[in-house]
Design a protein around this ligand. Sequence first.
Ligand SMILES: Nc1ncnc2c1ncn2[C@@H]1O[C@H](COP(=O)(O)OP(=O)(O)OP(=O)(O)O)[C@@H](O)[C@H]1O
Ligand SMILES: [Mg+2]
Length: 250
Amino acid sequence: MEIISIVNQKGGVAKTTTTLNLGSCLVQLGKKVLLLDLDSQANLTKSIEVKEEKKKNIHHLLIKEAAIDEVICNTNINNLDIICSDMGLSNFEGELAEVIDKELMLKQSLAKISEYDYILIDCSPSLNLLTINALVASTSLLIPLEPSVFGLEGLAQLINVLKLVIKKFNSKLKVKGVLLTRVDSRSTIPQMFRNQLKDIFDKKLFETMIHQSVSVVKSQMNREPLSTYDKLSRSYKEYLQLAEEVIKRG
Ligand SMILES: Nc1ncnc2c1ncn2[C@@H]1O[C@H](COP(=O)(O)OP(=O)(O)OP(=O)(O)O)[C@@H](O)[C@H]1O
Ligand SMILES: [Mg+2]
């Protein structure tokens, strides 16, 4: 089982969009996938319908007020499940101030799960305790990036946190890859960034790029991944290609 955190402390780089659509495309390729919303904004939770809502969510699981089967919800898509989030998660950091091993809470919470091929964790736009928990629990991380100068600025900080997590908590953590998202096909700027990123990240840069598209926005308004909303869309094909790359990278 692989656990992949989708991380970038910059807001709006398509972490949530990528978690949902990579997850549903992995399902299309025969995998069993659990999505985990680790953001108190709960955008992922609002992006997909569940068969039956549960009273408890990731917050209760983390503070040990719920067992794992009390928080996993089935979606309308076979083999795609989700652990939801809500505003309550924003108190997490304060609640755990005094707790020893507070960086290990998520890893401990997920220890009993084994029936999935992939768990994808949607992180918040912050390098807070929740994101550290995600990195400690993960086998790898995927970094979505927007092709802009400001998009690159936070990377050094992210890499520092990553080094710290690898050194202190999780020596096996790998970078699965860097993904260019929200690419404007009319502009030549993304290609310039791609070349620059290729120099920095080499093989870690995914071949797949995700372009800006209205079908992404429309599918979100419909609370559906692209795999059920519009299989003919370019974005669906791009996310499917990303899923193939993720599987290949093993
Ligand atoms: N390929 C795309 N084409 C068009 N719009 C997109 C695309 N990907 C994401 N968006 C839009 O960009 C916005 C941000 O996307 P998303 O919520 O996935 O980013 P995020 O990194 O999770 O944000 P946050 O940091 O707030 O959690 C959303 O309004 C989404 O609809
Ligand atoms: Mg998000």
